[in-house]
Design a protein around this ligand. Structure first.
Ligand code: 48H
Length: 258
């Protein structure tokens, strides 16, 4: 049996610290910052990175995927209404067509495949990192103020820590129901959020995709955050519009970066 190499504590610590700081330094300035690593943010990131752009996902949890892991209820199956299954085809995720226009697949399989596709495309991920505020200059969003997630739960007197700013000409709010990024603008009276509407599956998904776009100069909104901003009906446990909204957000970003 092969023995492990004699590498010890200090080499491991240096490997992590130097790799992270080099990468972080490089991504202090990106083409696009995506806040939220759920399905819409991952799809958007994948497509933007595939176009050769420098894109970073800021995710407050230690895992990516958001609500995609659990799919629907406490039953890890994801439903996708047509044409959302095209993404499953691209990712080679097996699914079953259970009725006309409705596919079902395993949530962990689909979520893991999407994360792998985003990473393979070149998306950088800063997890355990949360958006605290925005950089807004002359009426345009042009950066994110971030901090490590555990800092948020520390008492103020313990953690009198200054946040960290990173820059990009365009940001995406992919924070789901919370619309946390747009909320930062609302807190300053720069925008008004309508709040998510009640469930209406047949209406919801087309509206989410149609309304995906720039909601404030420099800020694109995608996924469930679109519903929260514009007061659109929600769709419950079905995910096709999250994929299509992520694709639409990427198209808007790439157009702006031209
Ligand atoms: C860093 C943050 C912050 C922050 C939040 O909820 P998500 O999965 O979002 P979407 O829009 O890609 O997908 C929504 C889908 O999961 C869903 O809930 C559906 C389809 N619901 C329908 C219905 O009717 O209920 O992911 C958002 C991600 C999460 O991972 C959060 O942890 C993260 O954003 N996040 N990350 N800083 N301030 N706020």
């Amino acid at each position: 049996m092969d023995k492990f190499s004699p590498v010890g504590e200090k080499e491991i610590t240096r490997a992590i610290v130097s790799e992270f700081t080099t990468e972080f330094n490089e991504y202090v300035e990106s083409d696009c910052i995506i806040v939220g690593g759920g399905p819409s943010g991952l799809v958007a990131g994948r497509d933007i990175a595939r176009a050769g752009k420098k894109v970073v996902i800021i995710e407050r949890n230690n895992y990516l995927g958001g609500g995609f892991w659990s799919g629907g209820y406490l039953m890890p199956k994801v439903t996708v209404r047509h044409p959302g299954e095209k993404l499953l085809d691209e990712l080679n995720v097996p699914y079953k067509v259970v009725s006309e226009g409705l596919a079902v697949c395993d949530a962990p399989y689909a979520c893991a495949s999407l994360i792998a596709a985003a990473c393979a495309a070149g998306v950088r991920v800063f997890n355990m990192t949360m958006l605290e505020d925005l950089v807004v200059k002359e009426g345009k969003v042009c950066g994110a103020v971030i901090n490590w997630s555990p800092v948020a739960s520390l008492p103020r007197q313990v953690a009198a820590l200054d946040p960290v700013a990173i820059e990009a000409p365009v940001l995406i709010d992919a924070t789901g129901h919370d619309a946390s990024v747009v909320k930062k603008l609302e807190q300053r009276g720069l925008i008004k959020i309508k709040g998510e509407g009640a469930l209406w599956i047949e209406k919801s998904e087309d509206l989410i995709v149609e309304n995906t776009g720039e909601c404030f100069p420099g800020l694109i909104v995608t996924g469930m955050a679109v519903g929260a901003v514009y007061g659109l009906p929600r769709m419950g446990p079905t995910f096709g519009s999250m994929f299509l909204s992520g694709e639409a957000a990427a198209r808007v970003v790439l157009e702006k970066l031209k």
